[in-house]
Write a protein that binds this ligand. Structure first.
Ligand code: C2E
Ligand code: CA
Ligand code: CA
Length: 566
């Protein structure tokens, strides 16, 4: 068993080196002491080297380069590399017998040297390994922090930096902008991906200029979605025109259109996901006529009302067409010998045919107002039950999944029936079905909720109190309502870094859970610090980006395969 693990690890870390050397014997000697630790490729001059690198630069982790070669020498390769960002990502080591060429090579960006003849193989191997590691770390950090194409921040880092930005500029009003290019996919089809990428880079450049001049930060989310957080402006027209001119100048066609949603004067205490969602919601109401470029978020504006109506009107079709997709976010038990996948939470997303991906923060509150939420939740129960059945058939085990029940669902007399039908028709045992009810539901209609929870619990379902700590009658509700799991609101974890008092409150709630014999769950766990604190404090289960974001069904199934093998 142990050797298997080791072998797997070896496979994982074995890297590929390209040896570029015209002297066959020299190359063979080098290969003889590298072949145990690396996969090797050979090229016999600079031209061959570039051909291999251009064919698949991602496969190669390091290049060992001779300088004096026929057809194309090492210097020429190094010159080429200086202007090619793809090649700059790969470390180059020059093999040389002459100390005097070193200076010139350094100017050409060479990372290290190996002396010929090769007298100490072990040192050479160690140096190569270290150089590869150094480069990898650098690119991993860069990749998660920045969007690869535009070098703008990734969304994760953007959100983190928004909080820092608030701290750094406490007294200044700030706006959040969501920028989207409609029908951008047509540019991919018309001009090809490379050119469309160039357009995205150009838009990113305008954004970079803008944030440089106006104190701000910017990110690219997937595809053609950009976000800016900056000092409040009364008038953005110059910037918008600039972006539009760029897009027009590059596309020569009138099919794409820039639309911007603005959430002005952001309250720094507001959840950044909600702020982003509102800016995005505003961007979606910008109609596709050229005269309208931006909209400012205003819940009661005519356009917002119109947008909401449009969402409501497309609901039925989207249910039929399965535009709603259920994502699964893993929850891990952290109190055992090793962290174990314990269950997952089902979270719905809407892949709207016109607007693209819409987050539940936008449509759930809307559907709660008009009763569509019942139909949506029923859809989710069925999708979840279907997946649980499928995974059981494929992987031989049920994985518990929790579904969210909206607070208005409580008044739905068919709720219990809907849940039973979804799971019973697929023979999914109730003990694997967790029902998350948000705590604010407990403070209204208490009798109904007590009856519902008791009834579901008697039938074997597991009841979770969601968002614990946000409601009004928090402790009071614990007395009467039958439940099994208590899920701390994310806010506690968010504020963990700010205030020692929060740590005490979390500890107190966790102690309480232990005393009354219910499981504790913390959500929104993002950092190692959060994790260590919660583990120490005795929290049973953890959910959050620290382990994983909510995943589409196929990615969650892949994770399941890995976890079940452990
Ligand atoms: P919730 O039940 O409190 O769900 C947790 C939310 O936190 C999810 O947002 C999840 O993606 C997010 N989250 C998870 N880990 C982290 C983290 O480490 N950091 C941060 N910042 N966020 C994290 P999401 O998916 O946008 O859902 C928002 C809310 O929409 C949910 O809050 C839930 O109330 C509601 N919702 C989602 N799906 C459904 C559904 O199928 N039915 C009903 N009724 N409500 C749903
Ligand atoms: Ca939940
Ligand atoms: Ca929650």
């Amino acid at each position: 068993m142990k050797t298997d693990v080791r072998r797997e690890k070896e496979l994982e870390i074995k890297k590929t080196i390209l040896i570029v050397e015209d002297d066959e014997i020299n190359g063979d000697i080098l290969a003889s002491f590298l072949e145990h630790d690396f996969y090797l490729l050979r090229a016999y001059n600079g031209k061959e080297c570039l051909e291999i690198l251009n064919r698949d630069d991602r496969m190669i982790d390091l290049v060992l380069l001779d300088i004096f070669m026929p057809i194309m020498n090492g210097y020429e390769v190094l010159h080429e590399r200086q202007y090619n960002p793809k090649l700059k990502r790969i470390p180059f080591i020059v093999m040389t017998a002459e100390a005097k060429i070193e200076e010139e090579c350094f100017h050409l960006g060479v990372n290290d040297f190996i002396k010929k003849p090769y007298d100490n193989p072990d040192i050479i191997v160690a140096r190569i390994k270290r150089m590869i590691e150094l480069y990898e770390d650098r690119s991993i950090i860069k990749e998660v922090k920045r969007d690869k194409l535009t070098n703008l921040y990734s969304m994760e880092f953007f959100k983190k930096y928004c909080a820092q930005f608030n701290l750094r500029h406490p007294k200044i009003k700030k706006d959040l902008l969501a920028i989207n290019i409609t029908r951008f996919h047509l540019l991919n089809e018309l001009y090809g991906r490379d050119y469309a990428d160039e357009i995205l880079k150009d838009i990113a450049d305008s954004i970079k200029n803008f944030v440089r001049q106006n104190e701000g930060i910017a990110a690219r989310a997937s595809g053609d979605n950009f976000y800016i957080y900056c000092h409040h402006q009364d008038d953005y027209s110059e910037f918008f025109n600039n972006v539009i001119e760029h897009v027009k100048g590059l596309t020569h066609v009138n099919i794409v259109h820039v639309r911007v949603g603005i959430y002005p004067n952001v309250n720094p205490n507001m959840d950044i996901d909600i702020v982003i969602g509102r800016a995005m919601a505003a961007s979606l109401i910008v109609k596709e006529d050229v005269n309208k470029i931006f909209a400012v978020y205003d819940e009661s504006s005519e356009e917002q009302v119109h947008f909401n109506e449009h969402l409501i009107n497309s609901f039925e079709d989207s249910i039929k067409n399965k535009d709603f997709k259920v994502f699964f976010q893993p929850k891990y038990n952290i109190q055992g010998e090793r962290n174990r996948l314990a269950s997952a939470e089902a979270l719905v997303r809407w892949f709207h045919p016109k607007y693209g991906m819409i987050s539940p923060g936008i449509f759930i509150p809307l559907f709660e107002k008009n009763g569509l939420i019942q139909e949506l939740d029923k859809f989710v129960f069925n999708e979840v039950a279907e997946k649980m059945k499928e995974w059981k058939e494929k992987f031989g085990a049920y994985i518990p999944v929790s579904v969210n029940v909206s607070r208005v669902d409580i008044y739905n007399t068919n709720l219990e029936e809907d849940i039973l039908e979804a799971f019973d028709s697929r023979n999914v045992p109730h003990k694997y079905c967790y029902i998350e009810i948000t705590e604010s539901a407990y403070s209204t209609g208490e009798d109904i909720i007590i009856k519902l929870c008791s009834s579901l619990r008697e039938k074997g379902f597991v009841i979770e109190i969601d968002d614990f700590g946000t409601g009004y009658s928090t402790l009071h509700s614990l007395l009467d309502i039958p439940f099994d799991v208590l899920k701390l609101d994310m806010m506690f974890i968010r504020k963990l870094d700010q205030n020692i008092k929060n740590a005490h409150i979390i500890q107190m709630i966790l102690n309480l859970c232990r005393e009354i014999g219910v499981m504790s769950v913390a959500e929104g766990v993002e950092t190692e610090r959060h994790y260590n604190f919660l583990k120490e404090a005795g929290c049973d289960i953890i959910q959050g980006y620290y382990f994983s974001k909510p995943l589409p069904e196929n990615e969650f199934a892949e994770l399941l395969v890995k976890e079940l093998k452990k």
